[in-house]
Design a protein around this ligand. Structure first.
Ligand code: SAH
Ligand code: F3S
Length: 479
């Protein structure tokens, strides 16, 4: 049950409510992290002002956009395959235009136009507001590109147009970019410097979502705990801020509290936390508010101090354990999940054992596990040899995945014969007689539909489980 973010949401498409006067058709699909899905909603919003309604049919599209991921080589290969498919469709419909958005656009820039003849438009993650101008160029028969990264852009002024299938859960982006420079990671190069979004626009979005019937939001950022609003601009420039700006600055713990109080019945999640930036304040704020979900996604990447250092993760294994202890003390029922990388350059068998023993200490509820994939331009690629053989990486990954499966099973079993609160999101994939939703701890639960509806918060008695899913029966409404 290796879960990867890329694969769980591959190619999901967005359908928006059509504007009656719009005549052009946009087919947009997204790969990679939640931020890409959120960005596609912003792009669709910008293009709905340009006469585009979304379509689910590639064959009908006037414009095809693919929001891409560069995090691992495999993610890029998936997009290349999709471009082949678009090419086949374009042979039948030569007027169709094709654009590449997101991290691959930023990484490959004009190379995309050279390497992939089908591509008419290349737009980086900070340049979506330029889409109307770029499309005008394309309409006149020229290729168009904007991959300029910004120090300011947060799209805080654009109301994402949503029509995700459940109408219950939504993403709200709070920071863009990342300043952490983990040596394996391409994100700082493709998404630029870290900047935070105005809290007022965040709260307005949360209120708006509640008024539209949404019941759960996930605050999104590459590194949410380093959120800091002091009037705009880069986080690193905060030192130059005025006394007034410093006194009124809003950090992540304060933002969480603002959101939790603005809509006391809205469930609030956040992702992702970097261990080096997760503060006690945030943990205490989570404990204080019932509507902040009790789950922390806390990627560790490796259990070896030497590898953590090579990765430029700015904490040790011991500090990580301390953080875990603090979380368990302050929020005893908190679920914790991980990201782990097997086979980072120079990783020895002992380093790998350190990862397994770290997992044994934490016993994560679930995790996303990967083999190391060398990314062009990163510090690891420039300074280190990708020297762990592919078979060794795969074997270590398999051992990590197996260990996680055992831990997940232990964790889900802890809920047997207890009552959990589940927000119903959709019909279960396995049975149309069952609902599927998640607990506060982000564990999936399925149970017979009875008279309940999507969007209901329901008390569920857990009668059985697999390593990833709770199985039960609804008792009564919780709200
Ligand atoms: N802070 C980010 C992390 C982005 S990448 C977030 O919000 O999710 C998600 C995960 O992909 C990382 O935690 C890491 O485990 C994995 N990853 C990143 N670069 C990788 C690489 N070069 N090879 C393998 N896995 C990688
Ligand atoms: Fe990547 Fe590390 Fe930032 S994993 S997104 S550089 S926190």
């Amino acid at each position: 049950m290796e879960k990867t973010i890329d694969e769980s949401k591959q190619g999901e498409r967005l359908i928006l409510e059509p504007k009656v006067n719009n005549t052009r058709k946009l087919f947009i699909e997204s790969y990679g992290c939640a931020m890409n899905f959120s960005d596609s909603e912003i792009v669709a919003s910008i293009l709905s002002e340009q006469g585009f309604n979304t379509t689910q049919s590639l064959e009908d599209a006037d414009l095809v956009l693919v929001n891409t991921c560069s995090i691992r080589d495999k993610a890029e290969q998936t997009v290349r395959k999709r471009l082949e498919k678009y090419n086949a469709v374009k042979r039948i419909n030569p007027k169709m235009k094709v654009g590449v958005l997101g991290c691959m656009a930023e990484r490959l820039k004009t190379k995309f136009l050279e390497e992939e003849k089908i591509v008419d438009l290349v737009v980086g993650p900070d340049a979506y507001k330029d889409l109307p101008n770029l499309l005008a160029e394309v309409d006149e028969g020229r290729d168009a590109i904007n991959v300029i990264l910004s120090k300011e852009e947060t799209y805080g002024d654009i109301a994402p147009v949503r029509l995700n299938t459940n109408g219950v859960t939504a993403f709200v982006s709070i920071t863009r970019g990342c300043d952490n420079m983990c040596t394996f990671c391409v994100v700082p190069f493709t998404r630029g410097r870290e900047r935070s979004r105005d809290p007022q626009s965040i709260i307005e979005e949360v209120n708006d979502l509640w008024n539209k019937g949404y019941k759960e939001i996930t605050l999104l950022g590459q590194n949410v705990d380093s959120y800091l609003w002091y009037g705009g601009g880069l986080k690193k420039d905060f030192i130059k801020a005025s006394d007034m700006q410093k006194a009124t600055a809003v950090n992540f713990a304060q933002l969480l509290e603002l959101c939790a109080k603005a809509q006391p019945k809205m469930r609030i999640r956040f992702s992702t936390s970097n261990p080096q930036d997760l503060t006690l304040d945030v943990i205490e704020t989570m404990a204080k508010f019932d509507n902040i979900c009790k789950h922390i996604h806390l990627p560790v990447q490796s259990g070896s101090n030497r590898i953590l250092k090579e990765m430029n993760r700015l904490h040790t294994r011991e500090e990580y354990f301390q953080l875990i202890d603090n979380i368990r003390r302050i929020i005893p029922n908190c679920a914790i999940s991980q990201d782990l990388i097997a086979g980072f350059p120079t990783e020895t068998e002992q380093d790998h054992q350190d990862t397994l023993s770290l997992m044994d200490y934490v016993k994560y509820n679930f995790g996303y596990m990967f083999t190391y994939s060398e990314r062009p331009g990163t510090l690891a690629e420039r300074k280190m040899e990708d020297d762990v053989p592919e078979e060794t990486k795969k074997r270590r990954l398999a051992e990590i995945v197996q260990r996680q499966r055992e831990h997940s099973e232990i964790r889900t079993k802890e809920y047997l014969n207890t009552v959990v609160e589940v927000l119903i999101e959709r019909q279960s994939k396995k049975s149309d007689a069952q609902w599927s939703g998640r607990t506060s701890q982000n564990i999936v639960a399925v149970f017979p539909k009875e008279h309940y509806n999507v969007g209901d918060l329901v008390k569920v008695k857990v009668t059985d489980c697999t390593s990833a899913t709770l199985i039960g029966e609804a008792i009564e409404l919780s709200n």
